[in-house]
Design a protein around this ligand. Structure first.
Ligand SMILES: [Zn+2]
Length: 155
């Protein structure tokens, strides 16, 4: 790796740590020339997963976008590491059985299923955007459906 500070290619790894999802390694590196430290991530390379949008357009699935959507709905209600875990569970579920293409609706439903278990307020906020709520009654209906359907917590 070329040092981002001085541009020399003379670094060594001072610390390696697996990411909580087990699919990445974070390495702290130190430049042998100037002593500055920087971080690299090593990830498993996977074939791209494509998302078919309602418009018919195909875009590549990006776990970061899923994470951003959830974080916006959660504000401060759910910790970052919990959301990261949920996002990587969603990706794993979408890629089940080697699937290469999913619909944006399948992505949204996976997110809703995860948020429903994590936090009711976040779930309803996300649903309001995803399902395009127009009236206050929409929230009430969603909540009463949620209460009806919510199975006993598995954990
Ligand atoms: Zn350097």
């Amino acid at each position: 790796m070329r040092c981002p500070e001085c541009g020399q290619d003379d670094d060594h790894v001072v610390d390696s740590r697996p990411h909580p999802d087990g699919e990445a390694i974070r390495r702290r590196r130190e430049c042998g020339a100037c002593g500055s430290r920087f971080t690299t991530f090593e990830r498993i390379e996977r074939p791209p997963l494509l998302v078919r949008k309602r418009s018919g357009a195909l875009v590549s699935f990006e776990v970061a976008r899923v994470l951003d959507g959830m974080a916006r709905a959660a504000k401060d209600r759910i910790g970052r590491s919990v959301l990261e875990q949920a996002a990587s569970d969603i990706e794993r579920a979408l890629r089940a059985a080697g699937r290469r293409e999913v619909t944006s609706e399948q992505v949204g439903l996976q997110v809703l299923a995860r948020l429903r278990d994590l936090d009711e307020v976040t779930y309803v906020r996300y649903a309001s955007v995803y399902k395009d709520f127009q009236r206050p009654e929409d929230f009430e209906e969603e909540l009463s459906e949620l209460r009806k359907e919510l199975p006993p917590k598995a954990h």
